[in-house]
Each structure stands twice: as C-alpha cells, then as structure tokens.
Design a protein around this ligand. Structure first.
Ligand SMILES: [Ca+2]
Ligand SMILES: [Ca+2]
Ligand SMILES: [Ca+2]
Ligand SMILES: [Ca+2]
Length: 274
C-alpha cells in the first residue's frame, strides 16, 4: 500500500522494562507485572478508581455514516474536537517531525470511531508477525474501559488495550495471559496524506463479561450519556529493536508511565452525547 521504510538497524535499548505481552515471557516476569499493578492499585497514591486529572472527552454521535478508509472527509468528523497525543511515557525527548499526533472520536449505537492523525518520520514494522513484540513496531494503541471502572486489566477484560498493527489487526493479551488477535472487534484502515498518516478505526465495545473464544459475546449497545474510559497512544519506532518512544493522550504523574495495558485507572473519561 505504501512504502514502509524497513531497516535492519538494531539498537539495544535497555533502559525500559519490557513486560508487555505475556507469551514467551517467563513466569516470574508475569508475576512482577501483576505485583506492579497491585502495588499501584492498592497504594495510597491510587486509592480512587482513577488517577487525578484525567481528561474528559465529550464525543458526539455521528450524524452520518463514516467510511473507514483512511480518508478523513466524512462529515461526522467535523463535529468532533481534536485531543492531543502529547504525554511522553517512554523514550527520550522527540521532535515534532519524529512524532506528532492527535485524535478525535464519534460514536453510533454499534461502535465508537476514532480518527488519528499521526506524523511519524519513519514507518517501521520490524516484526512482521503481528503477535511478536507488537508494541515495538509503529502502532497506535487504543485503550478502552467499557464502564470507566478503572482497575487492573492485564489478564482480564475489565478493559482492552487494542494495539493496531500496520496491517490493520488488533492485538491484546487474553485472559490466559497469551497474545491474541481481537481484529474482529475492529475495522481499521490508514493512508498517507502528505506528511500525515490518517488512521480510522471503528471499534465494537465489549464489557468485562467478555470471554475469549466464546460464541456468546455481544458488544454493548451505546447510547447518549454513557461514560467510557479511553486513551489513545502511539508506539513510535524508527528502526530500533525496541520502540523508541511511547506517547499517550493522558498524563501519568506517578508510577510506571507505560502501565496503561495493566491499569485502567490511567484512562480518560469519554461521555457520549447526541
Ligand atoms: Ca473515512
Ligand atoms: Ca518517528
Ligand atoms: Ca471495566
Ligand atoms: Ca516510526
């Protein structure tokens, strides 16, 4: 579809703990992940269900159909506000040319729709298999907590962390601790427009009763007044073994900044309105 700049350059970054994605990860590392989450969930710092100063996003109902095609000319997008992806969770300072991103959100009773506008100097897919180190390839990450409950969600479906791969699949960790595709929850298309990547994703919303491999799962019907937890982030890699930056739409004032895949208490609040 587009020219992906794939390089063989492999630089070892050792300053970031990599426990995301549990398959192939030793048991003790998984236990460390759970202890980390428990520590933050039950420490005095995070007594409430969410960290302080979460953003609130008022999402309008789409007045017309959105075509998920990586082209942002759908009338419904004009009704929604931009929200910046600006908090540096991992990696060194970066330039606006290296990464700049923002998103907006609208909804229908069936799905939420996210439009992300991303500037990234090099698009990189170093691990062609979408289940291998998916967070270390260029990858928008969409975190959704159906009921804005907050809380731990690493190996359960209290919340989802959809990692959108460059081939438009959605990956997260299942309740068995293994990496899985949740592509059937989503519809994803992106295209380059000048120096920007326009990425449209439609997502069906599942609640915490979701069971992996069950035929019985039904997405939640959305309506005005509903409150969800949400953040959008971007894993930026420009040719390294591990991602170089991880940048999100919510601040993380305390604790490990990359723990959104464990702790739904970081998520912002989305309120659906007519
Ligand atoms: Ca479109
Ligand atoms: Ca970049
Ligand atoms: Ca929840
Ligand atoms: Ca990149």
């Amino acid at each position: 579809m587009t020219a992906l700049s794939i390089t063989n350059q492999k630089r070892a970054y050792t300053d970031r703990p990599e426990i995301e994605g549990a398959t192939d990860v030793p048991l003790f590392m998984r236990i460390i992940g759970v202890i980390m989450a428990a520590t933050w969930l039950f420490s005095g710092v995070a007594e409430a269900s969410h960290l302080p100063d979460r953003s609130t996003y008022s999402a309008p109902k789409a007045s017309a159909t959105i075509r998920v095609d990586g082209v942002a000319d759908d009338a419904a997008w004009a009704e929604a506000e931009w929200r910046e992806i600006k908090y540096r969770w991992l990696g060194p300072e970066y330039t606006a040319e290296d990464f700049n991103g923002r998103f907006k959100l609208v909804w229908t009773p069936e799905r939420i729709y996210i439009l992300a506008e991303i500037e990234d100097d090099i698009l990189f897919d170093g691990h062609r298999d979408p289940l291998v180190q998916y967070w270390d390839d260029d990858c928008p990450e969409i975190f959704i907590d159906e009921d804005y409950s907050g809380g731990e969600h690493q190996f359960n479906h209290n919340a989802f962390a959809y990692h959108m791969s460059l081939d438009n699949r959605a990956i997260d960790i299942g309740s068995d601790g293994k990496k899985r595709e949740y592509t059937d929850h989503t519809e994803s298309r992106w295209r380059q427009q000048g120096d920007k990547v326009i990425w449209e994703v439609a997502i069906e919303i599942y609640d915490d009763s979701f069971v992996d491999d069950s035929e019985e799962n039904e997405p939640v019907k959305l309506s005005a007044g509903k409150v969800l937890g949400l953040m959008v982030a971007y894993c930026d890699n420009d040719g390294s073994e591990l991602r170089e930056n991880f940048i999100g739409s919510e601040s993380v004032p305390t604790g490990p900044k990359d723990r959104g895949y464990i702790d739904a208490g970081l998520f912002g609040k989305v309120v659906l309105h007519e």
